[in-house]
Design a binder for this molecule. Structure first.
Ligand code: PEP
Ligand code: MG
Length: 752
């Protein structure tokens, strides 16, 4: 038998190439059964009731959803006892439970091992053989070792991966919320991987062809942008700008040119260059940047399609009437691109289903902006054909092909409910976020992508509370110069005319790296060279950025410069001097500018006690609750081993924020909060109770938070807070606040 580490490495390598959970579990059981030489290998996952649902099986034939009750069968016994059970004749064991229609009687022996994650049994892995013989001790040990490693992966797979009719139900990732019903329109899958290597005889002519092609695709993208722009105002412009930027990027333009000069034909030059660039992005640690590889592949496909003179859609129109009052087309493809979405006539797009891709892809961003549900990463598209009716649930991340009348009925109810909620929330757009007794909270949007600027306005944001400038830096292959930055920042100020914008200086380091400025591996990146520590050591970058921000803001008093990771007076002083210097320089150069306000992100706990020293040096404080919680709790919420211990309503975090609010009030420093807490209804009630008056969050969450604030009173929030502050753990606090929110009976908040 293969060494366990080798086997495991092979299995993991295989499954990481599969994005669909259904395919992943299938690969796991197939591989184990092959490695361990058994007739059956099955994977059960505990569901919310504690019962064991079959996720996948190699060898057992079950045509219906199989759930073994927690107190039944050998599988249930393995889960309850938390140790392996290895028997020669399963049917003779007192706990044996026959699974109807499974033809299980063909298999005599049984060995089951528990899958344990973070101290809890999350499922059971079983193997069976026709021979009435226990598997060997070595094989059992092999399974135990394998199970302990696989548990981590299986914990991330939703329990409901196995659905009643596999061919009907496709599980993916929720990428844009909402439910819709429509008819499938299949998008042409990418051509990139199919392009053969071929040579050209005349590089000069090929090069001319390349530049003609580039020009025509640029025109196409602009046309698509214009077509969608009318329907959606500015919300999608950024995505297409990003495409246009990529099309003029020297890495692509010169890369293809260089391949042509090496005698590659234009199509193979495009393939090699695009796949090369995409691979660089795909290997990046930052999830946002990693998702950009999809954009590059989309562009590559677009270039090739244009070269072949093809359209990207199998059919261009649909004849069926709308099924749900919205659009009627559900675009389905291996990699649905924003161009393909833009090609659907206005109002006809009901949803998007993509075999590959993540929720950070521009396809998902655009779907969110358009308000159509999207499910990404469903894996294989087998069975999905144009014209077939399909139901898409973007909130939960699944689609149902040819839904049954019962499913349609349930769906109809949900659709009505969602529609009602949307309408109710939309009526609040221009209403203030004010408690029932008149306590006003200002709600701002967090952003960093040009493409997600205007949904903030559409959802009633009063300004931008956090503009993460690292994103424009990350999507390039060298530092953007001052003029380039001015252009990006100006579009932000223009989108929010007369409204405040809190622009954060570059916050790289830790988990955010610039591809062209690698920071060498650090033992403790979260405690290392990041945020203001990095930029102050690279003062030339900071000076360029501050000059660009101040220039872009001009004379509008919109700019508030926000400094990440501040922990010392020296840092505050240095930045103050730098901003003053930048303003002096710009005025001397003849620019018409206003001096910006300057404030700090309070995310390093050390900053709290120093606020009194900085009272005359800073204009505002914005609590970065993500990092503040991470540092207070010494917990990385992206680390799968400890993520479930992380909760920003932990007593340590609440008491600290309460203290910060008191200090800020005492020294009359305006205070806001811009981390994830601002979009968590439970945390928001507590923050209002503390007296926070400004919150900044992802714009999609803003309407619900406004609804919540308008339903509570300040004294109520304060009472809830005081009870919460007397509790000793996050779980109890969360439950308590939730129960109080539920009493408000707000439809829009039933899913908290
Ligand atoms: C924070 O730390 O809360 C924050 C908003 O900053 P970021 O998530 O970008 O680190
Ligand atoms: Mg932070």
């Amino acid at each position: 038998m293969e060494h366990v580490i080798q086997a495991l490495t092979r299995i993991i390598q295989k499954i990481t190439h599969e994005e669909s959970p259904t395919e992943q579990v299938r690969l796991i059981v197939d591989s184990i059964s092959q490695v361990a030489g058994t007739d059956v290998c099955s994977l059960y996952r505990k569901n919310a009731d504690g019962d064991l649902a079959l996720l996948a099986s190699h060898g057992l034939e079950v045509n219906h959803p199989l759930v073994i009750p927690a107190d039944k069968g050998l599988v249930g016994l393995v889960a309850r006892s938390r140790h392996p059970i290895n028997v020669a004749e399963a049917a003779r064991h007192e706990a044996f439970y026959y699974v109807p229609d499974s033809l299980e009687e063909r298999f005599a022996s049984f060995c089951g091992v528990p899958l344990v994650q973070a101290g809890k049994v999350i499922g059971v892995l079983t193997v069976q053989r026709t021979r009435a013989e226990k598997i060997s001790d070595a094989q059992e040990a092999f399974l135990v070792t394998l199970a302990s490693q696989l548990a981590l992966i299986i914990a991330q797979i939703p329990p409901e991966t196995q659905k009643p009719h596999k061919s009907q139900h496709y599980q993916g990732l929720p990428a844009a919320p909402g439910v819709a019903l429509g008819n499938i329109l299949i998008c042409e899958s990418g051509l990139l991987n199919d392009v053969p290597d071929s040579q050209c005889d005349d590089p000069k002519a090929e090069s001319k062809k390349w530049h003609r092609l580039l020009a025509s695709v640029v025109e196409d993208v602009k046309r698509e942008q214009a077509a969608l722009g009318n329907a959606l105002s500015d919300s999608v412009i950024g995505i297409f700008d990003a495409y246009l930027m990529l099309l003029s990027d020297s890495t692509l333009v010169q890369g293809v040119e260089a391949e042509i000069q090496n005698n590659s034909s234009l199509s193979s030059a495009i393939r090699k260059t695009v796949l090369g660039i995409a691979a660089v992005f795909k290997n990046m640690e930052d999830p946002y940047l990693r998702a950009r590889h999809e954009d590059i592949l989309h562009l590559g496909n677009k270039l090739l399609q244009s070269l072949k003179g093809q359209t990207t859609l199998e059919h261009s129109t649909q004849t069926q009437p709308p099924l749900n009052g919205q659009g009627q087309i559900v675009l389905v493809g291996h990699q649905v691109s924003v161009s393909q979405m833009a090609a659907i006539p206005n109002g006809q797009l009901a949803g998007v289903v993509s075999g590959e891709g993540s929720r950070l892809s521009h396809t998902a961003v655009l779907a969110n902006a358009m308000g159509v549900p999207a499910v990404m990463g469903v894996g294989s598209l087998k069975g999905l054909k144009s014209q077939l009716p399909i139901l898409i649930n973007g909130s939960e991340g699944y689609v149902v092909l040819q839904p049954s009348p019962a499913v349609l009925k349930a769906f109809g109810k949900q659709l009505q409910k969602e529609q009602k909620i949307r309408e109710q929330l939309a009526t609040l757009r221009d209403e203030p976020a004010e408690t029932t007794d008149g306590y006003r909270v200002r709600l701002f949007a967090n952003t960093g992508l040009l493409a997600d600027i205007s949904p903030g306005i559409k959802n009633g944001a009063e300004g931008i509370g956090l503009y993460r400038t690292e994103i424009p830096f990350m999507v390039r292959n060298s530092f953007p110069n001052e003029d380039e930055q001015v252009e990006v920042y100006q579009s932000v100020f223009n989108a929010y005319t007369n409204k405040p914008v809190y622009m954060r200086t570059l916050d790289i380091g830790g988990d955010k790296q610039l591809p062209y400025f690698p920071i060498h591996a650090e033992d403790n990146p979260a405690l290392g060279w990041r945020g203001i520590r990095f930029t102050l050591d690279n003062i030339q970058l900071m000076m360029t950025q501050v000059r660009a921000m101040v220039r872009a803001a001009g004379k509008g008093n919109q700019l508030n410069i926000l400094l990440p990771m501040i922990s010392s007076t020296t840092e505050v002083n240095l930045v103050r001097e730098l901003i003053e210097d930048a303003c002096q320089q710009l005025m001397a150069e003849g620019y018409e500018i206003d001096r910006p306000k300057m404030g700090i992100m309070l995310e390093v706990p050390a900053a709290t006690s120093q606020i009194p020293f900085w009272k005359d040096k800073i204009d505002f404080i914005s609590i970065g609750s993500n990092d503040l919680s991470q540092y207070l709790l010494a917990l990385d919420r992206n680390n799968i081993h400890v993520a479930d211990r992380y909760d920003h309503v932990h007593p340590a975090v609440l008491h600290e924020i309460d203290r910060i609010v008191d200090i800020a009030r005492l020294y009359k420093i305006p205070l806001s909060l811009c981390g994830e807490m601002a979009s968590d209804p439970v945390a928001v009630v507590l923050l209002v109770g503390m007296g926070i008056q400004q919150l900044s969050m992802s714009s999609s969450k803003l309407p619900r938070i406004k609804r919540l604030i308008r339903a509570i009173s300040a004294p109520m929030a304060s009472t809830i807070l005081h009870q919460a502050l007397a509790m000793d753990n996050a779980h109890d606090i969360r439950q308590w606040v939730k129960s109080r929110i539920k009493e408000l009976k707000i439809d829009e908040l039933t899913d908290i």
